[in-house]
Design a binder for this molecule. Structure first.
Ligand code: UDP
Length: 373
């Protein structure tokens, strides 16, 4: 009989939700994390009176009522809706692609005029591809969806900076994440439930982990045998290729670098997120954290973060899985190995090698944990 029922490796959302569910059913869980803080990439901490999203901005959004009810047990959510602005060489456009964007781009005022312009741009694309053609990559998908002008000014530069690859080599699904609307509506997400936890994400995860033993600064893979001896089952949320000692080679990720500054002014850019969609600006976006909390703490100071996307190499922080064909094939091999590990549950963005939104991670952790109680 081992000391714990479950060892949870990683205190991000998957691990914390899983630990919360199992602890609620009377299971004894130990959660460990390599970092000095809990909450994985949703970790936030207070600087200048506002919650700073330390690993990139996270806006909670979901259409899943059960997930929405679940998270609100741990935090009250404010009514923040993400309405980022795109900055193309000083020209500003609203995102996601909606009537405001079309008006700014083409001077059209009505949905009918916008539809006509979109149709015209799409026809050009279809003519070039002799009709009926299924987009094979992100560039083709973007042009088919939204036309050349928007592709060139708002998508190409940003996407190639973010992913470090030409749009012609990226999977089409990435761009289908963004809504296209014939309404004047700048809400970045279509989901009915949206907001940011009041008091920050870290506090929310802390509550999820109440009753769970937590140890930080613990490197599971460096001392796997010891940690495995502590619990009957392991929940592993780290990179799947690292778990198997990169035996088939390394999966690729994109990494990020953040430059956070405190500026001596109340309001730097007037919105939470500004995307720099040209190819020359070295960062992809600037986040001004106080706007997630509606300009809270106007004390003559504001915290901003410039986000730079970078190539990932072993040892760097992995952020976005590169879900192209080559990497998906490699992941499938690791996935098959994972299926054979009967005592280990693999879950979350890194262990499933998936471009996951927060609500989907929670849904997955709720579903999998149900199988174990
Ligand atoms: N994207 C873009 N221009 C923008 C914002 C997004 O071309 O101004 C593209 C880009 O390829 C990105 C994808 O849309 O990878 C998905 O964007 P999302 O905002 O969902 O990315 P995340 O929030 O996960 O960084």
């Amino acid at each position: 009989m081992k000391k714990y029922d479950y060892l949870i490796v990683g205190t991000g959302l998957f691990g914390s939700v899983f630990a919360n569910q199992l602890t609620g059913k009377g299971k004894k869980c130990l959660a460990i994390d390599k970092r000095l803080n809990i909450a994985g990439n949703i970790y936030s901490r207070e600087i200048e009176g506002v919650q700073v999203h330390m690993y990139g901005p996270h806006i909670f959004h979901t259409s899943d009522k059960e997930v929405w009810d679940y998270v609100r047990q741990f935090a009250e959510f404010n009514h923040f809706h993400y309405e980022p602005v795109a900055n193309y060489k000083g020209e500003l456009f609203n995102l996601p692609f909606n009537m405001n964007t079309f008006h700014q781009m083409w001077g059209v005022n009505t949905p009918e005029e916008a539809e006509r312009e979109l149709e015209c741009q799409r026809k050009r694309f279809l003519a070039e591809h002799q009709g009926g053609y299924e987009p094979q990559n992100l560039e083709e998908q973007a042009i088919k969806l939204i036309g050349y002008d928007i592709y060139v000014k708002l998508i190409k530069g940003y996407t190639e900076k973010q992913w470090g690859r030409p749009c012609t080599e990226l999977p089409a699904f990435i761009i289908r994440r963004l809504p296209v609307r014939l309404r004047y509506d700048n809400n970045y997400f279509n989901d009915p439930y949206q907001g940011i936890p009041v008091g920050g994400y870290t506090q929310m995860v802390e509550k999820m982990l109440s009753g769970v033993e937590v140890k930080l600064d613990c490197d599971y893979l460096a001392d796997k045998e010891y940690y495995d001896s502590l619990a009957e089952r392991i929940v592993y949320t780290g990179p799947i290729d690292a778990y198997f000692n990169y035996c088939y080679g390394s999966l690729e990720y994109r990494s990020l670098r953040f430059e956070t500054e405190i500026c001596d002014m109340d309001n730097y850019q007037g919105c939470a997120g500004m995307n720099f969609t040209d190819a020359e600006t070295p960062y992809t976006r600037i986040v001004e954290h106080k706007h997630f909390e509606f300009g809270k703490g106007n004390t003559g100071r504001t915290v901003i973060t410039k986000e730079y996307s970078s190539e990932w190499k072993q040892g760097d922080e992995p952020y976005y899985p590169v879900n192209d064909l080559k990497n998906q094939k490699l992941y499938t091999k690791y996935g098959q190995m994972a299926d054979r590990e009967t005592n280990v549950i693999f879950g979350g963005r890194l262990a499933e090698y998936k471009y996951y939104d927060m609500d989907k991670v929670i849904r997955r952790a709720l579903d999998i944990s149900k199988q174990f109680v």
